[in-house]
Design a protein around this ligand. Structure first.
Ligand code: TMP
Length: 211
C-alpha cells in the first residue's frame, strides 16, 4: 500500500469543483493537484480527441474506452508515483465520472463501464470522493457565464443529459456511501471551500499516526 492519500472530486459540469480544488491545494503541504482526462501529455492528447467539438461521430463505447485509456496512463505515470512518495493527490474527476456520464447518462450501463475501467485501474480506488452537487440548470448557467472556460463536446449535450449525469451520481452515492460524500455546491465559493476543507482535513487526520 502507498503512503499517500488519494482524494477525488466529482460533480456535474459547472459545479465549481475546479475552483475549489485549487483553493484546497493552496492550503496543503506535499500536495499534487491533477485532473482527468489529462494531467500528463499522453492523456491530454486523448482528452483533445474526446472533447473535440468536431468529433460528433464518436460512438459512446469509443468515448468510454478513451476515458479509461487516459485514466490508465494518468494513474500509472502520475498518480501512483506521487502516492508512493507519500503525497496527497487531489484529482479533478476519476472513475465515478465514467460511471455517471458514460454508464448512466449515455446508457452504457454502470456495471459494464465499471468492468472496462477495472482493466484500467486494477481495483485502485480513492480513499475519499467529494461530490459537488448542483442542479444542472444552475451548473449550465455557470458554464455560460464563465467566459474563460473551454466549451467542450460534452457541454453541448442537452439539459436531459446533464440531469441524467446528476441522477447517475446520486445512484453512486447510494452504492458507495462510505467513500462518496456530498457537498451542496450551490453556495458561495467560500462556503463550499470551507465544507470541502473540513472533509479533506478530517481524512488526512485519520491517517496521521497517533503518538
Ligand atoms: P472537465 O470539464 O471537468 O475537465 O471534464 C471534461 C468533460 O469530460 C466533462 O464534461 C465530464 C466528462 N467526463 C466523462 O464524461 N467521463 C469521464 O470519465 C471523465 C473523467 C470526464
Amino acid at each position: 500500500m502507498s503512503s499517500g492519500t488519494f482524494i477525488t472530486f466529482e460533480g456535474p459540469d459547472g459545479a465549481g469543483k475546479t475552483t475549489i480544488i485549487k483553493l484546497i491545494a493552496q492550503e496543503l503541504n506535499n500536495v499534487l493537484l491533477t485532473r482527468e482526462p489529462g494531467g500528463i501529455e499522453i492523456a491530454e492528447q486523448i482528452r483533445r480527441v474526446i472533447l473535440d467539438k468536431g468529433n460528433t461521430a464518436m460512438d459512446s463505447r469509443t468515448e468510454a474506452l478513451l476515458y479509461a485509456a487516459a485514466r490508465r496512463q494518468h494513474l500509472i505515470e502520475k498518480v501512483k508515483p506521487a502516492l508512493d512518495k507519500g503525497r496527497v493527490v487531489l484529482c479533478d474527476r476519476f472513475v465515478d465520472s465514467s460511471l455517471a456520464y458514460q454508464g448512466y447518462a449515455r446508457g452504457l450501463g454502470m456495471d459494464e463501464v465499471f468492468t472496462i475501467n477495472q482493466f484500467a485501474i486494477e481495483d485502485f480506488m480513492p480513499e475519499l470522493t467529494i461530490y459537488f452537487d448542483i442542479e444542472p440548470e444552475v451548473g449550465l448557467k455557470r458554464i455560460n457565464k464563465n467566459k474563460g472556460r473551454e466549451i467542450n463536446r460534452l457541454d453541448l449535450e442537452d439539459l436531459d443529459f446533464h440531469k441524467k449525469v446528476r441522477e447517475g451520481y446520486h445512484l453512486l452515492m447510494e452504492r458507495f456511501p462510505h467513500r462518496i460524500v456530498r457537498i451542496d455546491a450551490s453556495g458561495t465559493v467560500d462556503e463550499v471551500f470551507q465544507k470541502t476543507m473540513q472533509l479533506v482535513e478530517a481524512k488526512l487526520a485519520e491517517k496521521k499516526p497517533s503518538i
